[in-house]
Every structure is written in structure tokens, then in C-alpha cells.
Design a protein around this ligand. Sequence first.
Ligand SMILES: [Zn+2]
Length: 715
Amino acid sequence: MEYVVKVPIERLLCGSALENVEHLVTVVHKTRLLASKLLNLSIRRDVERERSCAGRVDFRPYFEANWIKKAFVGVSGGRGRVNDPRLERVLGDDMPPHRPEALPPGADQAFMYAARNVATTAATHVWFHLKDRVRRFVMREFKLPWGAYRALDADARKERARDLKLVCLDVLRLSDQPMRSPPEYHKWVEIERNIMQIDAISTTDVLAIWTPLKTDGCPGMGFYAKNRPHLFVMAMVRTLEDRKKSGSLYPECRTCVPGYVHIDSRMISALVRKKEKTRKRGRDTTVGKKEKRGRHTTGDKKETRKRGRDPSIEPPLPSTEPNPSGRQSRRKKDDPELQAEKHSIFAGSERDVLHPEVHKAIPRFWERFSYSFDTDGVAASVHMRRRGAPAGGAPPSGHRSRGHWCARTTKWVAADELPAHGLFASAEEFRERTGWSGGSGDACIVGIDPGVIEIISAVAIDTAAHIKYTNRQRRVETGVVVNMRRLEREKPGQIQRAEVSLSAFDSRALGFQAYLRYCAESLRTVERRLQFYGDITYRRRRWKMHLMRQVSESKLFKAVERLRPTDDERPLLLAYGAWGLKPGTICRKGNPPALGVGMARALSKQFRVIWTPEYMTSKTCLSCLSRCGRCSWIESTRPRTARGRVAEIRGLRQCLNPACGPNTGQLGHLFNRDRMGATNIGRNLARLLDGRPLISAPQGLDTDLLDLDAELHNN
Ligand SMILES: [Zn+2]
């Protein structure tokens, strides 16, 4: 299992390696910024060419790292010409003037890694939000005037929503699949598909790149976009037109604070080697051969002693356990010779590479280091690998035969033992994967309602103890607010003016000319901005904020832990609210992020998190299960909005059942909306574990809408 350890770079590297890496980071960042401008200009030129119908443009290179790297080489004015007519033309004719940087050793390799990142991000841009962009596009095209929408009753609105969802699915259907939306939309769908250039993709095309393991249906257009992103560039352009919300055509580097650069053993070797060569050449002219050798050895000894590093450190033995598949592994990282070579680059006694303190910073360092790291010049994400985990299903000797290996705790978990943490797509999956057979009474269940303002609101359903973690709290605890204010104070007027004038241009403009104007303005001031933000302080602050975020989250985790009373020894289960009813439709890989999916993942590293349906959970009374609504009698006592309407109190709900609550006949119980949601989500999980129905199941049109939603979000 691979993982990352974050440490300050001064505790990882030392000497010349540290200096050179810091320089490399700034150069690569600047080149990345310039190259992203060049690529963006180029793709816009190509889109215009495609539109003018002068033959089809091949967008494939924009998703290929080797080609993207040419853009890096082009803007850095580095070794070799760009060797590509398309980029050279844009570079010569359109690209505003810029000052290339002299390239340090290792830059070439760094460009390759950066180009790979750009290629992946670009492809992800295309497929990941494809369905969402189409949905927004359809909504925009068929938007009703406010009055007309108000005039519809609840059922008519739902029907309309269903029709539009079907239109989205029709736009994204494969050409040999039937239309499902009402006939009046068909013409529009065909025209749009033609403009987007996706009307010729059929099931055969998809099956040609997909060897199905299971033959239960075809994954369709989303899958095709993932594998052939270059065919969807025009669809992307079409759905981004006239947009109000952001969305960019091609990934662009906007920030002037240097970002992370991937450094591997080869680059380290190049960075250190250059230094040695120059040193040697200098010596050759002044001292004799013998003397040199003698001096060299004593110097080495001294250095070794000073650094206190044992030069005889052996490279760790590669894992000898067989692969789970039984095949001979051909992966580079398992090749012992290559590993030994990489090891000698980092651990070799003559070279100043790793800081002697590194062992203290990262326990069992040499066993796990996988000889590369990412750095922004301040922090380093060191890539580590846990070796020696039992492969496949075989438990270590002396263990029971069933169970699984937990890579986080590096412990074997027996089958009848609940895993300490994990993310489960549904209650059924939880039962299957863990072999849990208990009911709701055997666990301490905490319901969690994710939201935007309150990131999570958690309630233990047995004790009604609750906590919340708000966005504001997170902003304060991670120091975002303080840092923003500090930056405003420190920023010189020159930089401020440059940013204000840049903000008048649209960096997401789709048209070539509009983008060129932005680009020219950006490059006019880029040197100054890079110099200001290149200051190490800003990266230090980013690192500090990362630490503060960890502290903030661990505080939250402790608070969640405390929701279970100390004398309660039952396992803690977190029911995390998610829309939709179908198990497994939510957190499957490739789906657009659900609300708070990041938080669910973070929690799942500590707790057992189970996705639980949240349909109607914030509208159902806790005591009588009937429908809740706005609390109009309190709302009417409050000041009205500017338009004279009654202001809704979003957080307050009231049971609409007149027989419920303390003042029977007049009004029902009052509830805090989020707390009610969280409790009901927890109860939903309890019901699922007991095999009872949910507190509220969707009926009629709602079922259709939820099914279509699931379909629209399933890749
Ligand atoms: Zn009630």
C-alpha cells in the first residue's frame, strides 16, 4: 500500500540537494504557468478552426503527456526546438512576450511529470463533470420565467424535472439507444448532439474499448468520455457557452505561489551530480591526483562523522511474497537492482542528500521510502510504501483462515472481528464485508447530516447527544481568515493594482481573442507577481494551514468519539446521509462528489462510516413520523424581506400533525432541521440493520426522480 508522509523539506534534504531542489521548484512552477497559457491559447485556436469547418481537428495531443511536454520546452526556450508545427505557430504568432528561465538539471524530468499531471487533469475535466455540465446546459436552455414556474403545482414541477432529466439522458445516450424523453424534445436533442459531435458514438464503439467482465448493461457515454476525452472537446465547448458558473476548457495554472513538483531519484542524482562535477574540475587544476584522493577520503570520513549517518545501511530487501495473482511481477518498483540503485542515490555516503534527522521525522524510513517525493520548496510529501503485507487472501501463520488485511493498521483482522474503520456503500455491504449479524441494539449509532453551512451535524440516536462542525469553524480553525487578512495588509500597492486590473479579464473565456487579452494582461505582470508570491513565507503559511487543518479535523474526530458514552462498549457506527436509495450508487468511484464526500472519507479513516439514505429525513417528525414543514407562526412574527415576503427560517421545522406535540390541537413539536435530519439518518440505519423499512420511502414521481438521479450520476 502506498501512502504519503508530509514533512518540512529542511528535515528531508540537506546541503546542495536542498538548494537545487528549491531552485528547481521555482523554475518548474514558472514554466508550468507559461505552458498552461500556451496550451490554452492553442486549444482555443483549434476550437475556432474546428468551428469554421476547415476539416476536423485532432484534439488527441491535448491529452498526451509527451506532446504537452513540448509546450513546457517551448515556453522555457530550453534545449531543442518544440518540434511541433501547431505549438510553434501559436508560440510564434500569438503568445504574448515572456521571459524564459535558464533550466537547472532535472528540469526535463520535472516537466515530464508536470505534463503527465496536466494530461490527467485535462482528461478528468472532460469526463468527470460531463453529465453535470449537460444537466446544467439543459436546465439553462429550457428555463421557465419565474412567474411561469411559480404557477405550476408540485406534481407539474416534478413532471417537468423528470422530463428534463430524461432529456439529459437522451443527449448522452449512445446512437443506437432509443430516446426516452417526450417527443417534443427529440428534435432539439438531435441538433445539440450534432453540434457536440457526439451523435455517432454507438454501443459498438464502447464495446470496442471495453472488455466486459460482467455483461449487465453498458456503461455508456461517460465511460467512453473517460477513455476518449479528445472526442468530447466540442461537447465541452458547447455546454460551457453562456455559462454563469465557472468551468474552464483546459486546466490552467493561475496561482503565483509555487506548487508541488515531483522529484524522483534520477532528478536528485542529476541535481547532485552537476555539483560534484564542477567541484572535481576545480580541483584537477590545482591539486595533484594523489593529494586529491587523500583529501577526498578524509573529507568523507569527517563528513560522515559529522552527519552521524551509518554508511553501511543496507537497502531493504524487496518483498519476497508471491503476487496474489501468482504471476511474476514485472513492475519496476519490485526490481531489486533498480531499488538498490535508487537506494544508493539517496543513502550513498558521499552525497549530501538526505538530512540525518530524517530517521527521527519518519519512523522506519528506509523500510518504506519509495525513493520519490513532491515538494513546493517548503513542505515535502514523501512517498512511502508498506512492504511485506500478506498478499491476497492468505493470513499470516497462526491466524484464523478468514478475514482481511488492514493496510492502515498493518494488522490482520479476523472475520468475526469488526474492522476499526472503513467506508461502506450501504448497510447490506457493511453486513457482507464485515460479517456483522447484530441488530441496531448491538451498536452505538451516530447519524450524520452533511450540509454546506454546517459541514456535518452529528447526533447519537440513543442519547441524543449532538455536535456540529461548521464551515465557519473550519475557516477559523484552519487560519484561512487570518491569513487572508494578513495577506491584504502585506500586499504592496503594485501587486494589488496588477491583480485588480487582471480581474477585469476572463481567464475562462472560450473565445480565442478574449482569452488572448487575458493572457497578455497576465503575462504583463507575471514576473512581479511571481517574485512577490515566490517568497517562501506564502508556502510556509500554506504548510502551517495544512497542519492547522489536521488539528481541526482531529478535534472533530475526538468530538465524534465522545458521542458514545464512556461506559458504552458497543461498536460505533456512523450513518452518513446521502441522497438516493439505491445501494452503492453514491460513493462508487467515478461519481461526482456527493455533498461532503471528502469529509466522509476523512471520517472513514477513523470510524466505520455507512452511507445511509436521507430521503425525507429532514422533513419527518421525530416523535410521530408525520410530515414537517415551515414554522409559519414564528416566521410571521419576524421582520419581512425587502420584497415584503415572509422570511423562511431554514433551520426551524415544525411537525404538521395537529395531534402531535405538547400543545395538542394547535401546533406540533419544533425541531432543529439539521439535528432532526441527523437523528433520522441514524434511525434509518438502525432500521436497515434490523431489516425494517426506512422511515419514509419515496412514492410515485419521487421514485422516478431518484432513479433518474442515480442514473445521471452513475458512470
Ligand atoms: Zn409529530
